[in-house]
Design a protein around this ligand. Structure first.
Ligand code: SAM
Length: 284
């Protein structure tokens, strides 16, 4: 059933999703401060981290620990508190809630229960990195963190290798070396940007190929976002054309093309006739 929310036309209590800085407290917005001053209760990840921000802002509010592991459990309580007339804010340790952070379950539930959800926009590490990367933002794929298991992460990167959109990843400093090694193997000539410690004292952008960035691996510490230029059609074609016709066909079949159209595409990429591809596959 359609649900319609007109945020500024109701006086009822609401759920506020408040963006907070990603490392520099001075990036907090005036509206975020006003909201944190106004709400009755703040649900946050690590109460010590949020308390530091509140101390900086001279705000005193009750905090409730709300993280990935108790999100499902505590959401009903949060929703009940709003229904009883309390205004509640959700904040993350850094950046926008829900972006690789908790909050999604509460927003879904609030919409379902016709509770107003008000987002107070703030910084997000991936948007900041993308803007500074010099890489196209026209079409993007944001994956957040990939799997922490090396083999699974490699598989995920293999699946993402051919996408033409700009790829955005969050990565931990403990795994960045292995991830860059994988990228060096899978997309050696791809231009990328490693952005680290954004808005903080050691903020740095490294622009180059995976191998060039790997040369500085010992200096790459802190919080990291990787922005990877999308694959070009030329690059994809070169790789497909250098492989077998069967793999080439499989590529298009897994993209959802039927056999006839896949053959047509393979023939086009290889600059041969469709019947040549057909004859080759028939002999197999
Ligand atoms: N909610 C956050 C946001 O809106 O960006 C993201 C939270 S996620 C749990 C934490 C990851 O975000 C870090 O491991 C890092 O990849 C990225 N990140 C957060 N702050 C950053 C910063 N100041 N510089 C670079 N990356 C950052």
């Amino acid at each position: 059933m359609l649900k319609r929310q007109k945020t500024f036309f109701t006086n009822c209590s609401k759920l506020y999703i408040v963006g907070v800085p990603i490392g520099n407290f001075d990036d907090i917005s005036i509206r975020a401060i006003q909201t944190l001053q106004m709400v009755d209760l703040i649900y946050c990840e690590d109460t010590r981290v949020t308390q530091k921000l509140l101390n900086y802002l001279h705000i005193s509010k009750p905090l409730k620990s709300y993280h990935t592991f108790n999100e499902n459990e505590l959401t009903n309580m949060l929703i009940e508190q709003i229904k009883m007339g309390k205004n509640i804010a959700i904040v993350s340790d850094a950046g926008m809630p829900i972006i690789s952070d908790p909050g999604f379950v509460a927003v879904r539930q609030a919409i379902q229960d016709e509770i107003d959800v008000v987002v107070i926009p703030g910084p997000s590490a991936f948007v900041t990195a993308l803007v500074g990367s010099g890489i196209s933002s026209n079409r993007i794929v944001f994956t957040g963190f990939l799997n922490s298991n090396d083999n699974k992460r490699k598989k995920e990167l293999e699946n993402l290798k051919d996408i033409e959109e700009t790829l955005i990843l969050y990565e931990s400093p403990h795994r960045i070396k292995e991830t860059l090694e994988m990228l060096k193997e899978l997309m050696p000539n791809r231009y990328m940007c490693l952005a680290r410690e954004l808005t903080k004292q050691y903020e740095e952008y490294l622009h180059g190929t995976p191998a060039e960035i790997l040369n500085l691996i010992d200096e790459i510490k802190g919080e990291i976002v990787l922005i990877i230029e999308g694959a070009t059609r030329k690059e994809i074609n070169e790789e497909l054309n250098s492989g077998s016709i069967e793999d080439h066909m499989k590529y298009y079949l897994t993209k959802g093309l039927d056999e006839k159209n896949a053959m047509k595409m393979v023939a086009k990429d290889r600059e041969v006739s469709k019947s040549q591809i057909y004859q080759y596959l028939k002999k197999k």
